[in-house]
Design a protein around this ligand. Sequence first.
Ligand code: NAD
Length: 441
Amino acid sequence: MDSPVRSAESLDLFVNATQQFEKALSWIDGIKDGIVDFLLNPKRTIHVRFPVNMDDGSTQTFHGFRVLHSDVRGPGKGGIRYHPGVTEAEVTALAAFMTWKTAVVDIPYGGGKGGVVCDPKKLSRRELRKITRRFVVELGDNIGPHTDVPAPDVYTNAQTMAWIYDTFDRMHPGENNLAVVTGKPLEIGGSLGRDEATARGSWYAAEQLLKRGAVPGLDSLEGARIAVQGYGNAGSVAARLFHDAGGVVVAVSDSRGGIANDEGLDPRAVLAHKEDTGSVVGYPGSMKISNEDVIAYDCEILIPAALECQVRVDNAHNIKAKLIVEDANGPLTAAADEILQQRNVVVLPDILANAGGVVVSYFEWVQNLENQQWDLEKVEKRLKKKMCRAVDETVDRLAELQARYEGGHNKGLQGPTLRDAALVSAIHRIATVVLQRDIWP
Ligand code: NAD
């Protein structure tokens, strides 16, 4: 008989992050009650408001924020998002995911995230540059190579990072400031391999997971049918890499809809079509389907690579995939996660699956601090090692939790998942440092 679903569904990302955290805590004995609040909630949230002169001569006030969720294991690390709907709750959840992600792959960072409420589609390049520069001035020394290190996120890119670096550099003349942001253009300290790192990391992680026999009925990518939701930086590169590794990409989508072909789509040609026309829809020889159809498509592997809360209680039952690889952050609600567990769908969780991006951001930061430029081979080799080690640790942790479950721990509730295992490892790592550092008065 199915165990009861514990999590009431919410579409608030921080509520989902909290539900995931509390579920993981139920597997940890002896954590001091007094630090739970500190481990879950952000250390610091900064709100800034600033006016900008617009191209049409008007003046507009913008609202931005930066959440430093944790700096226990190192400087904060995480993207800056420009979006009209960005909220403090969303950014706080994404900052928490960063704290856990950097701990899962064991890089010396905490977690952060930021956002400016604006609609980049309606702003000129000049206006975006002014908003970025003014935002950085307002943040002041709350960002920095050893305090909190931003990166690109939704609707920010390498150019935005170049503006952030330049503004910060002018505020701190005479210092090597390159490491204040990652995801920069190659010409000013960016790292080779950063643009593909998220998808490449998810591919390494999926391969290793299959090799470890963690997905019943699926032991390799050879011939595996793949559906990808979202065809941007993460999704389009993942489609190509999984295809090149022997997978058959049968369905993909973007914000305008989905396409399918059971004989297989050519990911490079689909991307060229999207670049020409603005969407994957209309790709020759494909059938038009809806985004919901992509989520429910008959396949072995589903890769959500678009937005948060895409798989919910109302559609989790439709999923046919054996494995979900979360390239997006928070694409499944906590309640959907529990339904999928009951249906034996394995989920490679975001804090592990999409950690490749922050791993290569870390490599960029190290190169900047040392004034070095690594070749692509070195970046990819080190990324693979980090991802495979994190998968191995998570699979081993899951086996340990499963043994405890069979011994009676969490009796009457659902057993552990890979997400629980990854989070338990992350919380252990962070809590250990909190307690060690606290010894110092
Ligand atoms: P992106 O903007 O390059 O691509 C997003 C894609 O999703 C676009 O193709 C867009 O059309 C599509 N999309 C938007 N709404 C959709 C909908 N309702 N249905 C289907 N498709 C939709 O963004 P990205 O950098 O690829 O990021 C995607 C996800 O991956 C986000 O959750 C992001 O936080 C996560 N992520 C990205 C990175 C990275 O390095 N790029 C790292 C970690 C996590």
